[in-house]
Design a protein around this ligand. Sequence first.
Ligand code: MTE
Length: 424
Amino acid sequence: MTRAPGNEAEHDTRRARQWLAGRARGEGVHREQLIALGTAMGALAAAAGEADPPPPPGRPGIPAIVKPLDPGLLTGYGANAEMRWEAMSGQGYVVPTDRFFVRNHTRTPLLDRDTWRLRLFGTGLRGTPTRDDPVEFGYDDLTAMAAEETTALLECAGNGRHHFAAQQDQPMPGVPWGLGAVGVARWRGVRLSTVLRHAGLTDAAVDVMPEGLDPDYVTGGVNLGRVRRPLPIAKALDDVLLAYEMNGRPLPVDHGFPVRLVVPGWIGIASIKWVGPVEVSATALFSPWNTQFYRMFGPGHPVDGEPVTTQVVKSAFELPWDARLPAGVDVVLRGRSWSGNGPIRTVEISTDDRDGWRPATLDPRDEGSAWQRWTAVWRPPGSGRWTLRARATDVTGASQPEQAEPNTLGYLFDGIVRHPVTVT
Ligand code: MTE
């Protein structure tokens, strides 16, 4: 399915052409250098089995994630935390904020709403404002503009990475997410396109690069600067939101207070939190987050890797890992499936390796939306260990294979997850 204007692969190819024509740049280094560095860093990180370095120190007594990490709702990994899937049992369509996953490259910064400024600059704006003399908007300026609300799914590109190791004996560096680095929330804010136009957008603009105000990301002894990733102007002008509310409340600090991007349909890294500077450029932009990370490296992939574009198909049961279930009575198994390509068309489940697959019942309220709730009734025949499996197929026909395709940084796990349960 073509996802104009969200097709990042096409955009990447176009950027590469612009590079070759000498019309793009990335922090003053050549694309070849960035890619060589990226490949080397990817290989290095893989060899070291390295995840993120420990978060840099913040204010005394303030943890890297500020919200309480209730162990019944979230599993913490230092500066990151994933939702426990059983915490969605009995919940509605959206994920309550207290259990929404957090992905921090470093730590949650505490910013002051009143002194915070969105600072736009670059050759794609009228008069070419500079980084030191940008076009500025305060929080009240944004909230005074026409507001929009969208219900969008956010998912980390590495969601499911743990299962490369657990099911395929292919350990990958990075946060060992189970399936909980995903969530749907109601976001309210102002369209990025509205702000770009207020800032003096010109026809020459090709890329927009938002930067986070969290600490610089230092890995392997190299300071890669602020978390930032370019968006093509077509996507920036489409459905991207500068969000200041999540699920009806001001954005929580861990999720980007005071303002973050929400980039529907794109992998989570595109949705830059704590946004401050925004470069609007008449030439293509690069950052380590689209050269070194978020590309598919490794055997079977080109040396400079394919860009990680939209997400793959996944399914999860709303059950604890190794749940206890009663024998001989009907149990309603609940779960959700989702895909970056578009809505889910079918979901099948299997309760035993010897069993075939049978259809789950899709909740009609979710038809055509970001994720699909489903149920299946199962009467466990007897006590012992059982393996539940769910596999979904989306509108494009993409489904979930037995084995996900490995890649050095462990992105896009789409394999069928084997969920153990004990029947007593
Ligand atoms: N923005 C900044 N400034 N710093 C970050 O570490 N992480 C990104 C993205 N935006 C990140 C960021 C990644 S990888 C993801 S998956 C999402 O934020 C996670 O958003 P959440 O923490 O609100 O769930």
